[in-house]
Structure formats: C-alpha cells, structure tokens
Design a binder for this molecule. Structure first.
Ligand code: PLP
Length: 217
C-alpha cells in the first residue's frame, strides 16, 4: 500500500478520534525489507523508521544516514544486555526496556555516551510467557525504577497477543500510562493501527502495510 494511503488512513483515524494528525508518529518498520524498498520510502520523504534487531539496524542505517538527512531510528525488538551500548549509539528511541538489568546498563552507558535515546517500557499486556515486556502488575514499580535512574522515559509500548482483540490491550496500556503520567503510547501495527489511534497511540509501528510482506530466507 502506498505510504500516502497509510498517512491518509492515520489522518482520518485522528479526525474520528478528535486528535491532531501531528500527535501520531508513523514508524515505518523496515526489518527484513530489501534496501531498495526502504530507499524508495526514504525518497518519498519519510524519515521515521523502526528495526527490531540491532545487528540488522547496524548493517543498514549508518549507511542510509550518510545519504539522507533527518533520519529518526526506533528500535522495537527485544534487546540483549550485551547489545545495549550499540543499540544506544544507533537509535533515537528504544521501545523495549523491560527489566532492571537493562535499565541499569542503559543508565551506565548514558553516562559514557553523554546521551540516551528516548525510552519506552514494553508491557506484556497479554502476560504471554514467550513474549518480552514487564507484566502489567509490575509496570508502576518499574516506571518508578527507570525514572529514579534519570533515564529519558517517554512512554509505554505493547504488542497484543495475535489471537485477541487488540483494543483491550491498547486500553490497558493507555490506562497504565495515564496513571503514571506518561504521554507516549507505542501501539498499533499494520492490522490495527486505526484502533490504536482511537485509544491514544502516539507512535504506530507499521511494516508490511507500507513495504509489503516480509520475505524471510
Ligand atoms: C515487525 C513489527 C511491527 C510491524 O508489523 P506489521 O504487522 O508488519 O505492521 C511492529 N512492531 C513490532 C515490535 C514488530 O516487531
């Protein structure tokens, strides 16, 4: 689907929700996509992208940054502690802070690097054992912990279970964010970004609807 069409759908979802289009960022999720497809979207003027693996991001985005100004890169995948420093050097935002060890490592590296990307805490709203993220019951305490480390906490992120109504998870995430005074809500993907916007998403992460299906192999 052309980028312009996704942008139009975001604008109309914002209209319906009585929100400003400028309050919702479209993160074009470029993981696994061939560089030509990514370059085509850059050539259309889009600058906000998401990747879920540090390695893949490192192999792609420093080169794109040499050619295109103003790129804003978001890391949206599970993060290993030994990749944190590299992730912080590469990215403008990290959406997957979900444990104390990771937060502590980030605080340490933020000192060395003299900067820190905008951070989101990932909440495992569906309490799925295989999924990353802090459990909803532990979220308030973890928000306080991250804040106590002086890290730039922007908001919360979730990935609803594939077989459940996503709105329930979006609403839960919004509620946790609100009671913690957090304004950022990273939620909504290709199949459900409009309902995420209705429930307050500030960052939607849209991959296949923009780039086409991912071909792994
Ligand atoms: C891949 C991915 C997306 C994009 O998924 P689509 O269904 O292709 O839009 C969004 N968020 C995360 C965390 C992802 O890993």
């Amino acid at each position: 689907m052309p980028l312009a069409e996704i942008q139009a759908r975001i604008a109309s979802a914002c209209d319906v929700a009585g929100r400003k289009t400028s309050d919702v960022k479209l993160i074009a999720v470029s993981k696994v996509q061939p560089n030509e497809r990514v370059a085509a979207v850059l050539d259309e003027g889009h600058r906000i992208f998401g990747e879920n693996k540090v390695q893949e991001a490192a192999g792609k985005w420093p080169d794109f940054r040499k050619v295109y100004d103003g790129i804003e890169l978001h890391l949206i995948g599970p993060l290993q502690t030994n990749k944190v420093k590299q992730a912080m050097q590469l990215a403008d935002a990290i959406h997957t802070v979900d444990r104390t060890k990771l937060a502590n490592a980030m605080a340490r590296h933020a000192q060395d690097l003299g900067r820190c990307p905008d951070l989101f805490i990932q909440v495992n709203t569906g309490e799925e054992p295989q999924k990353a993220g802090i459990l909803p019951a532990d979220a308030d305490a973890f928000v306080a912990e991250v804040r106590a480390l002086d890290l730039p906490l922007t908001g919360l992120m979730c990935i609803p279970p594939v077989d459940e109504e996503p709105s329930l998870h979006f609403a839960l995430l919004a509620k946790i964010a609100e009671r913690n005074g957090l304004s950022g809500l990273s939620m909504g993907m290709s199949s459900d970004f409009e309902s995420a916007i209705a429930l307050g998403a500030t960052h939607v992460r849209v991959g296949s609807a923009i780039f086409g299906e991912r071909v792994y192999g």
